[in-house]
Design a protein around this ligand. Structure first.
Ligand SMILES: NC(=O)c1ccc[n+]([C@@H]2O[C@H](COP(=O)([O-])OP(=O)(O)OC[C@H]3O[C@@H](n4cnc5c(N)ncnc54)[C@H](OP(=O)(O)O)[C@@H]3O)[C@@H](O)[C@H]2O)c1
Length: 277
C-alpha cells in the first residue's frame, strides 16, 4: 500500500490543538489526514469541520497509511502505541513525537527510521508560539524542510539539541500555563487592592499583556528596554520592579527546578518502559 497520508495518533489537548491549527493554517489539506485516538467520540467535531479527514479504526490502520506520523498520545502511552504499530512502519515512515518525556534513543529502539521529536505549544491555536524541533540523523533534508514548513504555518520553529528540550519546553510550551498563573496571581492582588472584581482585574491584565507583547514585537524592543521606558526613575513602576528583581529570580529558579525534576522522573519511568519491551 502506498503511504501518503499524514497520520495523527492521539487527539487530546495538544494533538487536537496541533492538528486543528495546522488544518486551519492550510499546512496540508484535510484529505491527506488520517487520525485515530482512544476515544473516537472526540473526533466528531473535527470530522464535522473537515469531512475530508479519514478517521481510522485503530492506530495500526492510521500508521499503515502514513508517510508522516504524529504520535500525540500521553507520555506513558508512547511505548504501548509504538509497540502496537511498529511492524506497520517502514524504513521511510517519518515518525514525530510531541512527548518531551520520551527520549529519542528509546523511540529509536522500537522504530529505527526517520524520527523527529517536537515540543509544540497550545498557543499554536492562535498561530503563535515556538515549536522546538530535534531531528534524528535518518530524517532526509527534504522531510526536515517539509515538517518545519508545516510547523511554521502556526508559529515559529527552532531546531535545538535534545539536551535543551526540558528547559526549552519550560520557556515555550509550559510558559503559556505559567504565564496564565502569574497573571492570575497578579490580577487577584490587584483586585483586592483596588476594589475590582476578579474578572475586571483579569480583563485589565489581559489587555495589558496583549498590548505589551504586541509593542515589544512591533518595536523589536527587548524586555530591559521596555522596563526602562515604563519605570521612570523614582516612580511607582521602578519600586515594583525593584521588588520583582529581588524576589523573582529565586522563585523562578524553584519553578525550573520543580519542573525539571518532574521531567527527569518521567524520563526515567518511560526509559524503564521502553527497556522492558
Ligand atoms: N498540553 C500541552 O500543552 C502539551 C504541549 C507540548 C507537549 N505535550 C505533550 O503531548 C503529549 C500529550 O499531551 P496532552 O496534553 O495532549 O494529553 P491528553 O490531552 O491526555 O491527550 C492524549 C490523547 O491521546 C489519546 N490516547 C492515549 N492513549 C492512546 C492510545 N494508545 N492510542 C490512541 N490514542 C491514545 C487520549 O485518548 P483519550 O481521549 O481517550 O484520553 C488523548 O486523546 C504529552 O506527552 C505531553 O507531554 C503537551
Amino acid at each position: 500500500m502506498k503511504k501518503e497520508k499524514i497520520g495523527f495518533i492521539g487527539y487530546g489537548h495538544m494533538g487536537g490543538a496541533l492538528l486543528r491549527s495546522l488544518l486551519a493554517a492550510g499546512a496540508f489539506p484535510a484529505s491527506r489526514v488520517v487520525v485515530s485516538t482512544r476515544t473516537a467520540e472526540k473526533l466528531k467535531d473535527l470530522k464535522r469541520s473537515y469531512p475530508g479527514i479519514e478517521v481510522a479504526e485503530n492506530n495500526r490502520a492510521a500508521a499503515e497509511k502514513s508517510a508522516l506520523l504524529f504520535l500525540c498520545v500521553g507520555t506513558s502511552q508512547v511505548q504501548p502505541a509504538l509497540a502496537e504499530i511498529r511492524d506497520v512502519l517502514d524504513e521511510w515512515t517519518h515518525l514525530v513525537s510531541i512527548s518531551g518525556g520520551v527520549e529519542m534513543a528509546c523511540v529509536e529502539r522500537l522504530a529505527g527510521g526517520p524520527f523527529t521529536k517536537i515540543m509544540p505549544t497550545l498557543i499554536a491555536e492562535a498561530g503563535e508560539g515556538v515549536a522546538l524541533v530535534c531531528h534524528n540523523a535518518k530524517v532526509p533534508p527534504a522531510q526536515k524542510t517539509e515538517l518545519e514548513r508545516m510547523l511554521k504555518s502556526v508559529g515559529e520553529v527552532r531546531v535545538i539539541a535534545e539536551s535543551q528540550f526540558e528547559a526549552g519546553a519550560e520557556l515555550t510550551s509550559c510558559f503559556p500555563g505559567l504565564l496564565a498563573s502569574i497573571c492570575d496571581q497578579f490580577a487577584r492582588v490587584g483586585a483586592n487592592r483596588g476594589g475590582f472584581t476578579r474578572a475586571e482585574a483579569a480583563d485589565l491584565v489581559l489587555h495589558t499583556m496583549r498590548g505589551t507583547a504586541e509593542l515589544l514585537k512591533r518595536n523589536r524592543e527587548d524586555f530591559q528596554s521596555l522596563m526602562r521606558r515604563v519605570a521612570t526613575p523614582g516612580g511607582s513602576t521602578e519600586a515594583g520592579i525593584n521588588v520583582l528583581e529581588r524576589d523573582l529570580p529565586e522563585v523562578f529558579d524553584r519553578v525550573f527546578a520543580a519542573s525539571l525534576e518532574r521531567h527527569e522522573a518521567r524520563k526515567q519511568s518511560t526509559r524503564k518502559q521502553f527497556l522492558a519491551d
